[in-house]
Design a protein around this ligand. Structure first.
Ligand SMILES: [Zn+2]
Length: 606
């Protein structure tokens, strides 16, 4: 197996460094997120949380990204790992290929083999199962009925091969029997096998057509199984596992992704066979949610590739209900999808088979906005000829309006509904205002502002930490002058000490490394903000001089205050000798203060 070979090699450190230095993080991230230049950085909508104002920031020269909204951060490797849910090795391989860097991969030592991530083991188990089920579908006589079913649904042999469709015979141990003890453990973790509790397993999928579900990065993450006989449920899916979440994956996306981008449109259908029929007929931009209503996360994934989302439902009552329900996650994601309602009883699969792809495409081109559709459905239930009906229609649409997160869009709909129902806009507005709009868990500039730690540039301690991050050459001076010891802010002292330690150990302070190593979210944020700001204006040495002076003056004044207090006590107690001692100490501190005022860093001597 090709994949098996790939995952059991490791990549030398030199090559990793070469990849890191060669590739442009802005270019790589741009493949997923639309970035705009903002000062020294690039900004875009964060792919890791839901937002409407860009707080996802990428810095090319320091080769890292940071999101001010959710705190996601890292270098180009961690971006790909996080985004595509792939391993470090896979990310490195992807980048090496993109930038034409040769990968001299070596076989893993037994110890490294052991450390092979669990995820990769699970992918391997899934791949092995998919291969077995596929072989059974095309070769085993028990698959006759399954093949016949697929043929009746117009699925071609080519599609069966391309999408690795499979067959699980009506037996408890088909897969179990094929796997050794260790592989069974992994297949148990992906839910392919079910543990009887005694370390003995049986097959989850029996007498079913198997649809492997791939991630965008082309790993089989889970399976859907359709029963052939009377077996219930009709559709059985893999349970959630370390590699599979039905809310985060879409059936067919791995193949559809290129076509979605090319056509700048995605079709969302309901079932596996809908996807396959459409792909087969040439509409390769179709995907399906996996046995659930579309989630916000899935919408976010699709929205990364295109804003033009068309959902397809059939027009029987349950289809219409599903359609109305589908609106909310879209509103929450600030995405306006369109909707196609196929004739009652038809799904895309049956529609395309009886009418051809042409009429289906016509339907797609005529798709109306889902929100318009739902509002119309909501309004038309009421008798607008009566005042009572108007009030009800108005009340019914208000909850929808509240969920529209874009204020301009909301306003336009208020105007539209006001005309449609025949009530004044003010009435609708006052009803919307009566209850605050559902608070969103993110975005909104006010909230972001509030969450940023106050960064007062006047504060010498903060500026010193800032200098350490941006001008590592100052770290030696800072250590030499034991400046951190005089910090009054414990938090900054701890952070400064940590930076010193990392700098001593690494010989450098790479921002991606810091982001990886430091676990405190507020420190990460502080470092990211520092690193993303434009460079310090003025000479770092001059700024450091000012800071040293300010910190020492502060310390000196604290000491003088203390001595002054002690002096007063001694005088009150008429303790002459003690008074004299404190007077002397006070004088010394005053001299020291004059020295501090004249303090200059001799850069060449330090
Ligand atoms: Zn974010």
């Amino acid at each position: 197996m090709h994949m098996l070979e790939n995952t059991s090699k490791f990549i030398p450190e030199d090559t990793i460094r070469e990849i890191r230095e060669t590739c442009s993080i802005v270019e790589v991230v741009s493949g997923y997120v639309s970035l705009k230049k903002a000062g020294a950085n690039y900004q875009g909508l964060c792919p890791f949380h839901n937002e409407k104002t860009p707080s996802f920031t990428v810095n090319e020269s320091k080769k890292f990204f940071y999101c001010f909204g959710c705190g996601a951060s890292g270098d180009v490797f961690s971006f790909l790992m996080k985004h595509d849910k792939i391993s470090f090795q896979e990310a490195a391989r992807l980048l090496a290929k993109k930038y034409g860097i040769h990968l001299p991969e070596k076989p893993l030592s037994p110890r490294q083999q052991k450390r092979l991530s669990e995820k990769e083991q699970l992918y391997k188990a899934n791949q092995a199962a998919a291969d077995l089920y596929h072989r059974l579908l095309v070769q085993d006589s028990r698959a006759k009925q399954a093949l016949q079913y697929l043929q009746e649904r117009g699925i071609t042999g080519e599609t069966i091969r391309e999408y690795r469709l499979g067959f699980a015979p009506d037996a408890w141990d088909t897969l179990t029997h094929q796997l050794d003890h260790k592989s069974r453990l992994h297949a148990g973790k992906t839910g392919l096998l079910i543990d009887k509790g005694t370390g003995r397993y049986y097959d989850r999928f029996r007498n079913r057509i198997i649809f492997p579900i791939s991630s965008v990065s082309n790993h089989i993450v889970g399976f859907g199984g359709r029963s052939i006989g009377p077996g219930e449920p009709k559709y059985l899916n893999s349970p959630e596992s370390a590699v599979y979440s039905k809310r985060h994956n879409l059936y067919g996306l791995h193949t559809a992704v290129r076509h979605i981008q090319k056509e700048n449109r995605v079709l969302i259908v309901e079932g596996y066979l809908d996807v396959l029929t459409l792909h087969q007929a040439g509409a390769k931009n179709a995907v399906a949610a996996l046995g659930t209503a579309l989630t916000e996360h899935q919408i976010r994934i699709l929205n990364r590739y295109t804003p033009n989302i068309v959902t397809v439902f059939d027009s029987d009552p349950s289809g219409v209900k599903a359609m109305v329900r589908s609106l909310e996650p879209f509103l929450m994601s600030a995405v306006s999808p369109r909707v196609v309602l196929l004739p009652p009883g038809e799904d895309p699969d049956s529609f395309v088979r009886s009418n051809g792809i042409g009429p289906f495409r016509d339907q797609i081109d005529k798709a109306e906005l889902l929100l318009d559709f739902v509002i119309e459905k909501t309004v038309e239930k009421n008798d607008l000829a009566t005042p009572n009906g108007k009030v009800r229609a108005c009340n019914d649409t208000v909850p929808l309006l509240r969920k529209i997160s874009d204020s301009l869009e909301r306003d336009l709909y208020i105007q539209k509904i006001s005309r449609r129902i025949g009530v004044g806009e003010a009435h609708i507005r006052s009803r919307i205002g009566a209850q605050p709009r559902h608070a969103r868990p993110d975005d909104g500039p006010e909230r972001q502002q509030k969450e940023k730690p106050a960064y007062a540039p006047q504060n010498a301690e903060k500026i010193i930490v800032h200098l350490m991050i941006l001008h590592t050459e100052t770290i030696d001076i800072i250590q030499d002058k034991a400046l951190l010891e005089d910090f009054t802010n414990d938090d900054l002292r701890t952070l400064g000490t940590l930076l010193c330690r990392i700098y001593r150990e690494q010989g450098t302070l790479s921002i991606p490394y810091l982001m990886d190593t430091i676990t405190e979210e507020r420190w990460k944020q502080l470092i990211a903000e520092d690193a993303l700001r434009n460079e310090t204006s003025g000479s770092p040495v001059k700024i450091l001089e000012d800071c040293i002076r300010s910190i020492r003056l502060k310390k000196n004044s604290r000491q003088r205050e203390k001595i002054n207090l002690l002096l007063k006590q001694a005088e009150a107690n008429r303790d002459e000798s003690l008074s004299l001692r404190y007077q002397h100490e006070f004088q010394t501190l005053l001299h020291e203060k004059r020295d501090i005022m004249q303090f200059k860093l001799n850069f060449h001597q330090t």
